[in-house]
Design a protein around this ligand. Structure first.
Ligand code: KG4
Ligand code: ZN
Length: 336
């Protein structure tokens, strides 16, 4: 049987990525050109620079994705691209290139929601995984609980009212003068600290909703640091990192378990950059183990932004005949 190959592009933030996936589940190539070193000196992503770097890199990344997969454009069945949510200028680069390729090679074009892509990364790492499940999407831009009913039907149960989980990690890391992105550094530092050392707030827990709020936690940590500095005390960096991280993790686990009970599913899927957090993983393993639930994580390389997850999502759109046309535009605030 002829394999169905999807080529996809991802340029929603600071990674320029292109990938080729076979039959929706097998990664043939997944080229990721990270701009992290470029943005590091600014302590965060600078949108204008991100767009420019995407333009400089995108064609080489597409060429490499095709050559690593050992295929040409004529072997491809459909071209997928992230069209939102994300930085508008960054998204436009991927959308424009995908449209040009689809037009030039006369191929179907598929627009992909970045959040759905993060969830679908799990289908690449777990080839037997099938919906329904609850998805916890935790990244630099999002903190959302989603009920995935099948490959095409998703319900947003709730999301953050303010900062995303990853954003909170990055902001606290910045206050502690750790490099960007701060999540992995907090994670590492926390391993030497006591998570019960400082009692930080766990906002909106024990409530019958699926909303999150991390801005109060962020302020509490920053206040703690300022007060300690004013008293001339040393900042207990590891204890602070561990206690902050425990507050985030407690809330994420509490809300995820509440979603599982309400939706009566027996599978939990985690996605997004913060899925790499070791304390979150341990806590979810414990909670899911105790409740008899199966827990799924993408491989680490598929947790952060990449085009393979977009190619996977594009495949299922393509199967449904759910295609875009050359009017496809970037949608920075695209909803699920
Ligand atoms: O999914 P992603 O690559 O980009 C977005 O779509 O936002 O997520 C990046 C985020 C950053 O905020 C980064 O600090 C966080 O994921 N992150 C982590 C860890 N690894 C990455 N946060 C906590 N612990 C980690 N180990
Ligand atoms: Zn992302």
């Amino acid at each position: 049987r002829q394999r169905c190959l999807t080529l996809a592009l991802e340029t929603s933030c600071d990674e320029t990525s292109a990938a080729v996936v076979a039959d929706g589940r097998v990664v043939l190539s997944n080229i990721i050109s990270s701009q992290i070193p470029v943005h590091q000196k600014f302590g965060g992503v600078v949108p204008e620079i991100a767009s420019r770097k995407h333009i400089e890199n995108v064609m080489a990344v597409v060429d490499e994705a095709l050559s690593v997969a050992g295929v040409g454009l004529t072997d491809i069945s459909a071209i997928g691209v992230t069209y939102g949510p994300g930085l508008v200028g960054a998204l436009l680069v991927g959308v424009s290139v995908a449209k040009a390729l689809a037009f030039a090679a006369d191929l179907p074009l598929v627009g992909v929601n970045h959040l759905e892509g993060h969830i679908f990364a799990n289908f690449l790492s777990h080839t037997a995984l099938q919906p329904p499940f609850i998805a916890l999407v935790v990244s630099g831009g999002h903190t959302s609980l989603i009920q995935v009913k099948d490959y095409h039907s998703f319900e947003l149960l709730g999301q953050t009212r303010d900062d995303a989980a990853g954003e909170a990690f990055d902001k606290i890391a910045r206050v502690l003068k750790l490099p960007y992105p701060g999540g992995p550094h907090i994670d590492r530092l926390a391993q030497q600290g006591n998570p019960a050392a400082i009692a930080f707030p766990r906002a909106l827990t024990g409530q019958k909703n699926f909303e999150f709020s991390f801005s109060g936690l962020k302020s509490a940590v920053i206040n703690y640091i300022h007060n300690a500095e004013q008293r001339g005390e040393r900042i207990p960096q590891a204890d602070l990192a561990a206690s902050f991280q425990a507050a985030v993790v407690d809330v994420l686990v509490d809300k995820t378990m509440h979603a599982v009970r309400q939706c009566q599913v027996n599978q939990v899927v985690v996605a997004g950059g913060v899925a790499a957090n070791s304390a979150l993983k341990t806590a979810l393993q414990e909670a899911c183990g105790a409740a008899g639930l199966a827990l799924y994580y993408p491989d680490p390389i598929l947790c952060t932004d990449n085009a393979a997850m977009i190619a996977c999502r594009a495949y299922y759109h393509y199967l449904q005949g759910d295609l875009a046309d050359l009017h496809l535009n970037a949608r920075p605030a695209l909803k699920l």
